[in-house]
Design a protein around this ligand. Structure first.
Ligand code: NZQ
Ligand code: ZN
Length: 387
């Protein structure tokens, strides 16, 4: 249990906090680039409220629109160039994980020299991390990734069909303005995918092969139990503010580093395989995870059982590992998440290609990092179990 922990992001949480955006922004600068996705924040009125608040505080705001789900490298380069050209002093991300991730990298672009794809982890030792970025305010409109309070960003390179990520201290948002009311317009499918995503963030660390992280384990179990209690409520009734708030805080705690401190060294194997899947198919991240998480667990539980037995007992009050995994799969399905690759039209013809990409992009060339480390054959087995 050797680890370093820091998380400098200030969090302001609560219904109505969006209206503080102008006051908070002006403390960091008076020229802002507001980054948004495909228009959901226009339809919900969130963008208008944000721009009004910025204007009242005397902030000159430019909107960069069009970050796609699974954000693309070219879009991030465009937005970063705009930030530089307009001499933005602060970047504001108003959207889901895709918008927040794109905005993080955009914030680093004005200071980054060379090929932006070198910033991503895909070339292992050759990765060149960003060292400096403009201050970033995240205003999440979807509860899922926890990007609002972490230093990670995931970007897709369409030219190479690779999806990869960067984690760097300068990418921590300065402020996360978390207003659960903004998530009330998220449709049921994406609400459910967000719940699957946040659960997988803590299970990736939980099944890490060590039995000596009792506090982290209890925290992870608490996150999963909270998601199981409130997730279905948010899916069924999007306007259930209490459920929205609980799910959103759970999603933040799931990946802000608290649960991972001392427990995540093995890696994030399910995420690595999912990133390959969405690089090739543009599948929503959480939908890929609800399919792959139970499948990976089935494989991993054949290599070591104790933690899976404990998970089954503590989270689902079931007696053994396979019952616990089945209960998780049933839970995902009950929220409307896919749990089989056939449901998202992915057949076995590309399993070999996906598995090779997974060990190349998400590993050392021969294995995906994780517990257990996964060979190409192991990844193919996970995909078969998910078929
Ligand atoms: O683009 P708009 O029009 O905004 O619509 C989005 C999008 O279509 C919509 N949406 C967002 N907020 C809404 C809303 N619709 C109605 N009302 C609202 N309030 O939802 C759709 C999905 O949005 P997206 O941002 O793509 O979803 P999510 O938050 O799940 O983010 C997924 C991305 O984050 C990465 C994923 O790989 C993926 O690229 N991840 C980032 C992580 C991180 N930075 O720590 C960790 C995660 O494991 C993950 O890999
Ligand atoms: Zn995730």
């Amino acid at each position: 249990m050797k680890f370093e922990f820091t998380n400098p992001t200030r969090v302001v949480f609560g219904a109505g906090t969006l209206d503080r955006l102008g006051r908070e922004t002006v403390r960091m600068g008076t020229r802002a680039l507001v980054v948004i996705g495909g228009g959901s924040v226009r339809q919900s009125g969130t963008l208008e409220r944000a721009l009004t608040s910025l204007k009242e505080a005397g902030v000159d705001a430019t909107v960069f629109e069009g970050v796609e789900p699974n954000p693309r490298l070219t879009t991030v380069i465009d937005g970063g160039s705009q930030a530089g050209e307009r001499r933005a002093e602060v970047i504001i991300a108003l959207g889901g994980g895709s918008v927040m991730d794109a905005a993080k990298v955009m914030a680093a672009v004005p200071y980054y020299e060379g090929d932006l794809w070198d910033m991503m982890i895909h070339r292992g030792a050759d990765q060149r991390l960003p060292r400096r970025a403009l201050p970033l305010i995240t205003v999440p409109t979807l509860a899922a990734t926890g990007s609002e309070m972490n230093a990670g960003a995931v970007v897709t390179n369409v030219d190479t069909t690779e999806k990869s990520y960067v984690i760097a201290p300068c990418l921590y948002p300065a402020l996360a303005l978390v207003d659960p009311e903004l998530t009330m317009s998220v449709p049921p499918d994406h609400t459910a995918y967000g719940v699957a995503d946040l659960i997988t963030h803590v299970t990736e660390s939980y099944f890490n092969g060590t039995g000596v992280t009792p506090l982290q384990d209890r925290m992870a179990e608490g996150v999963v139990l909270t998601a199981i209690e409130y997730g279905p409520r948010a899916v069924t009734d999007g306007k259930d503010l209490e459920a929205r708030a609980q799910v959103q805080w759970a999603s933040i705690v799931a990946l802000n580093g608290w649960v991972q401190a001392g427990s995540s060294a093995a890696g994030f194997p399910v995420h690595q395989i999912e990133h390959v899947l969405s690089a090739h198919t543009d599948l929503a991240h959480g939908a890929g995870l609800s399919i792959l998480s139970p499948a990976w667990m089935k494989l991993a539980a054949t290599r070591y059982r104790d933690k899976f037995d404990r998970f089954a007992r503590r989270v689902f009050e079931r007696d053994d590992a396979s019952d616990g995994i089945e209960a998780l799969e049933t839970f995902f399905h009950s929220m409307g998440c896919p749990t089989r690759l056939t449901e998202v039209d992915v057949g076995p013809e590309n399993f070999d290609r996906y598995a090779r990409d997974a060990v190349r992009v998400g590993g050392d060339g021969t294995r995906v990092f994780g517990h257990p480390p996964l060979t190409v054959d192991d990844v193919i087995e996970v995909l078969r179990l998910a078929a």
